[in-house]
Design a protein around this ligand. Sequence first.
Ligand code: IVH
Length: 667
Amino acid sequence: MNQQEAALRIAYLCEELDRHNYKYYSLNQPEIDDYTFDQLMNELIALEQSFPDLLHETSPTQRVGNDINQDFKQVAHKYQMLSLSNTYTEEEVADFDQRIRKLTDENFEYVCELKFDGTSISLTYENGKLVRAVTRGDGEKGDDVTANVKTIKSIPLRLHGDYPKEFEIRGEIVLPFSVFENLNREREEIGEQPFANPRNAASGTLKLQNSSIVATRKLDAYLYHVLGNNLPEDGHYALLQHAATWGFKTSEHTRKCKSIEEIFDFLKEWNVRRKDLPVATDGVVIKIDSINLQQELGFTAKSPRWAIAYKFKAEQERTILHAVSYQVGRTGAVTPVANLEPVLLSGTVVRRATLHNSDVIANLDLHLGDTVFIEKGGEIIPKIIRVDLSERHPMSEKVDFITHCPECNTELIKQEGESAFYCPNETGCPPQLKGKLEHFIGRKSMDIDGLGSETIDLLFQNGLVQNVADLYDLSFNDLTNLDRMGEKSANRILESLETSRSVPFERVLFSLGIRFVGETVAKKLARGLKSIVKISSASLEELIAVDEIGTKIAESILNWFKELKNQNLIERLKAQHLNFEIIEQFKEGQTEKLAGLSIIVSGTFEKFSREELKNFIELHGGKNVSSISTKTDYLIAGENIGPSKLEKAEKLKIPIISEDQLIQLTE
Ligand code: IVH
């Protein structure tokens, strides 16, 4: 294929992939299956590698994120990013309508939109290309989060159709409930504090320094406000519909309303229907449709006169606090839970509410028997928001956070900078021990078929297992002597313990349940340091040198291996022949000469194709990276090297070498 043919094919593939991304992520109407999509994507990746000059920054291949540490640049907003004034009742909405009618004699219409509960973003497009994405910040200036926003599939990098040459579009970045729940499950698995609600998770994700992690989080975006000169429509509603044809995801539930009654209908309808939406909403935004009239009405210091937010009432109920109980998790973290007089709230009977930590109890100044208000907001689990002090009995007992573990009576500790109390008795506290066993047998860990939390409980109660190494000492008789355990089930457990010996090292490492060592970190550690011997003897610096391992994780690993009981555990598991190193098939010619080096390749070469060069780097232990950062060690420059790469490498003072010099490095 020559350059010209490649250019045509690349243009076609970019168009097609953009179109399918739009159909899948924005319209929810996929036309092709994932496999066909991946094939098109792989073809585009290969072509862009062979013809690097034809790689555009708006290509669908550029959505993967990179591992550059981005200290966000602050950017001034061209148009201030204001917020809306809030209303909570139909009367207040009617007042808003009256206010406007006093200010204008014109006939006008409203647009009602869902108010998405995420984090707002302003996108700038020039000549159909996304050039900048900036957070709200203080309204005057925000953080430039373009690299992170580029990973959001429902935000187009290139537009179609008759888009204006230059404009801004604003919207809300959200994290769908389903992604939020998975994310929190994973965070809890590694002992990280879960996000309180999808909004916090969305804004936390958007501010991550590493955009390749952002890319895995599946953020979504709804756009709701187009700004610029010479916009193609006079009405907001028509403009949003028009913007959808350029490739933006807009809400399909936006509706034009002619009267206040129609607005009330929309409010009533969505107060109920919002529960079926895949993302969190916290109200409705009511806007004047005519952009001319919007401009005429203008703004107050804080918000537009032409729009108002109506906030859904978070459903609240009154009930009685009977007791506070405490749960101890796998990591020893103690979570207080309020036990309530059962009460119906948004269709479910609520008996318990989360209290998060000791600070929450202290701030509420809870007393037993208090009448409390509970609310289901953006959070899934209800929480106590307020105490009705007028109902408090003068003799009622104040709730003081416990000082000792409710399970093993060990004195609790609180680490500096953390809000949770921990039970430090890792080796003797039953829920911690059982939690570790349950984590070890899980599907993503050692995947021990036939063992579940009930059997773990039984084994534990009968004194047969205390730690994960004990599982491998279980005999057929031990198992069949348990209540309700047949021979068949016992055999299944023994067989899957046997097969778990071939579980790869990275999963064994994850199974150990070291705090902050989740699936991804375990993978990076295993691949970076190759064996438990190296990991257990690594210094803080050596651990941090591994991709994506920061001080917090490194310290947790060091502390874990410092403990004698953990060293003994590893020795026992080693004796059971679990995999404690990466089993790599040695390839011919393989060396470690480029180990630890991040190398970027640009241009075309004499001796190698791009693919061969990449394989060559990997064969010698190096890492082929796709974008330049201060962490890049070499740029291998071929003919027709991309000028921007060259410039950036020079600016960052990254050594630029030829393919022959690279070969010399491996000799
Ligand atoms: S319009 C000047 N429309 O709510 C116009 N905002 O308190 C301001 N929001 O910062 C924005 N959904 O983050 C608008 N359909 C929608 C919205 C929406 C969510 C957020 C946005 C804004 C905040 C206003």
